[in-house]
Design a protein around this ligand. Structure first.
Ligand code: FAD
Ligand code: NAP
Length: 609
């Protein structure tokens, strides 16, 4: 061991004159000792790493001969390359470029392209239900959006364009499906088995992030006889574009956001007869007429951005920013409207009802069937361009009589009617259980698929799960998905994960795992908050896993502003932290920071005045 000697010991407060230039790399490696004593503590020089020494102190470890906070290498595996996975790619590659020095990222994507939701959902009429300019990657606002609410294809092309611009597919491996993830407690890593072209292989990473999508696995309705249907059957999330739907009798089952978008498109096709089988009502509403956001007055539900407006956004990014900020601020301010029985909610219901009545031309039967009695927002609100108006067309019908069975050529409803059909469109939603779709086995052999089965999935702010060390979800249950754009929240989640990754790497942390009681407390308190919010109203919704009175599993219990505050800092006290050595302070290394060895650094940066 080389001990760096300072020539003259300095008195307190005195800056020693440096007579010989110290080789900084040597100091970094070896510390500073004077006559065999530590220059700062007078303690004897510690043994070198290779010394054999008997320790009685259980926490004694050999000096970790590195600068403090030197990050260790971390491998991260992400499953899924939709908005979530790509958001992470941007965080790691661009937003926090410093992590590149220690982080290796692999994104496994099961499909043959990126985009997730927007790659797969290509049914006619698919579009965003939040304004285009706030449904964007926060790092890539686009002046190019054509309409106030973007179409699915335009969103997918934006995702592809953005990924290309920022090289976000650098770490993506397509056609590579994660088929299991198993935590290896001994080594502190996840064994992730993937399959590509029928060949399986094991990959390893200290951290595993599930970005596998909440609305990814579509569901056929559980209706007796559905398999016997001899006509054309299609699901909204797997649209068959090779089939000609015109001149057909078409049934659309469901009036969630997908069904509401599909019905008017099919009604417009030549020669179709469309029946919408909807078991309940739905709020079809926009809070502020879209054109007002653009300073206009038109009644158009989905106005186009004019070339002038786009040019202004192109020329003046600040005006685009202000346009986006205004919408986001309005959305956040309007959250109070989601308090059940509040004046705000009642007022919004009044306005929405008036809007719906107008769009239904005050048809008493349709108004009675379609205008909900339950609170606005309980189920996802949709602007539903053209949906209400479709029922005023002669070729469109609505029934709310439950479907009893499906036969070879018809749907039979509980009121004794038979609807002869050629095409069965199932806009019947997704498996929204949040259970991973492959074995995800954490501490003590707990499989998250089973742990989250049958009851409200326990989650920590939508980003972590109990018993799953070094595991993040993006988004998980109770996400900020009920008002505004999910994408801003995904970005906050990415920032949060980067904070943990840096901490783990720099502080020699082997694993972090949630304290189960903390999660239970959070869930329990969240349930109380939810009781006051519209989502626990008497509607049936996927936010409650398709129940009327189940727990709210999909949405955060509180406002976006609260969520932002909570997720902006780590609360390490909510986690058990295990270190890679018996001494948690090993990361202090040789007692020096890198800053001190950068000749250009300002070592008095902390002076206040
Ligand atoms: C039709 C539709 C419209 C929507 N509209 C809106 C909207 O207007 N506003 C809004 O905020 N939200 C909307 N959403 C919600 C939308 O899902 C999210 O906004 C967002 O796109 C989710 O992105 P994601 O990356 O989390 O998930 P996804 O887009 O679902 O991506 C998940 C990815 O994971 C991959 N994957 C899954 N399993 C595996 C595996 N085992 N191995 C490897 N890869 C795997 C999938 O192939 C997929 O590419 C909509 C959803 C749907 C279905
Ligand atoms: N941007 C958008 O506008 C947009 C578009 C599509 C999807 N999305 C997102 O995706 C989510 C899911 O939307 P989604 O419409 O695909 O699914 P969904 O909201 O879950 O709606 C499914 C519909 O199918 C009906 N259904 C299910 N099983 C049935 C059965 N056996 N018999 C009869 N009807 C049945 C449901 O009726 P009940 O309600 O009676 O159960 C419901 O109307 C949305 O909430 C939204 O978050 C957004």
């Amino acid at each position: 061991m080389t001990t760096t000697q300072l020539s003259t010991p300095a008195s307190d407060g005195e800056v020693p004159a440096i007579e010989s230039v110290v080789d900084v790399s040597d100091v970094a490696k070896n510390g500073v000792y004077v006559n065999g004593l530590d220059a700062f503590t007078d303690a004897p020089a510690p043994p070198t790493v290779n010394d054999t020494h008997e320790y009685s102190d259980p926490y004694a470890i050999p000096l970790h001969d590195q600068l403090a906070f030197t990050p260790r290498k971390l491998r991260v595996i992400t499953a899924g390359a939709g908005f979530s996975g790509l958001m992470l790619a941007h965080k790691f590659q661009h937003r926090f470029p410093e992590v590149q020095a220690f982080l290796e990222h692999k994104i496994f994507e099961a499909r043959n392209d990126i985009g997730g939701t927007w790659l797969v959902n290509t049914y006619p009429g698919v579009q965003c239900d939040v304004p285009s300019h706030i449904y964007t990657f926060p790092f890539e606002p686009s002046p190019e959006w054509s309409y106030f609410y973007s179409s699915g294809p335009e969103i997918q092309s934006y995702i592809k364009r953005t990924a290309k611009k920022w090289d976000l597919t650098r770490d993506v491996q397509l056609n590579t499906k994660v088929i299991s993830a198993v935590w290896q407690g001994e080594s502190g890593e996840w064994k992730v088995t993937v399959e590509k072209d029928g060949v399986r292989r094991d990959e390893y990473a200290e951290v595993f992030i599930s970005a596998q999508g909440v609305l990814d696995s579509y569901k056929w309705p559980n209706i007796p006889g559905i398999e016997s249907f001899a006509g054309h059957r299609v699901h909204s999330a797997d649209w068959d574009h090779g089939f000609d739907y015109s001149h057909k009798r078409v049934a659309v089952v469901g009036n969630g956001s997908s069904g509401v978008q599909i019905v008017p498109q099919l009604v417009k096709l030549p020669g179709t007869q469309v029946v919408n089988f909807a078991r309940g009502s739905a709020w079809i509403y926009y809070r502020v007429p879209p054109s007002q956001h653009l300073g206009g007055k038109s009644a158009d539900n989905n106005p186009a951005y004019s070339e002038d407006q786009k040019n202004e956004f192109r020329r003046n990014p600040e005006s685009l920013k202000q346009h986006r900020k205004a919408m986001i601020a309005r959305t956040n301010r309007a959250f109070k409207m989601f308090i059940k029985d509040s004046e705000g909610n009642k007022e919004a219901m009044r306005v929405a009802e008036e809007q719906m009545r107008g769009r239904l031309q005050h048809d008493p039967r349709l108004c009675e069937m379609l205008i909900p009695k339950w609170p606005l927002g309980c189920r996802r609100i949709t602007p539903g361009e053209g949906y209400l108006e479709a029922f005023l067309e002669p070729n469109c019908e609505l029934t709310q009589s439950p479907i009893e069975r499906i036969s070879e050529h018809a749907i039979h409803t509980a009121d004794g009617k038979r609807y002869d059909i050629d095409v069965l469109v199932c806009a019947t939603g997704f498996d929204v259980s949040f259970r991973p779709r492959f074995p995800t086995i954490g501490q003590g052999g707990v499989d998250l698929r089973e742990y989250w089965a049958g009851h409200s999935p326990e989650t920590y702010l939508s980003v972590a799960a109990p018993h799953m060390p070094n595991y993040f979800t993006l988004p998980g249950p109770r996400a900020l998905a009920g008002h505004g754009s999910l994408l801003e929240a995904l970005s906050w989640n990415g920032d949060y994960m980067v904070k943990w990754l840096k901490k783990m790497a720099e502080e020699d942390i082997k694993s972090i795992v949630l304290k189960t009681r903390i999660v239970r407390q959070l869930m329990s308190y969240g349930d109380e908050v939810h009781k006051r919010l519209v989502w626990t109203g008497e509607c049936k919704s996927w936010y409650k896993q398709g129940t009327v009175d189940g727990k709210v599993t999909a949405l955060f219990a509180g406002s976006g502003m609260l969520y932002k505050r909570l997720i902006s800092d780590l609360r390490p006290e909510d986690f058990e932290i295990e270190y890679r050595s018996p001494n948690a302070w090993k990361f202090l290394g040789n007692g020096f920071t890198a800053l001190e060895f950068d000749p250009d650094s300002d070592l008095a940066w902390y002076i206040e005045k």
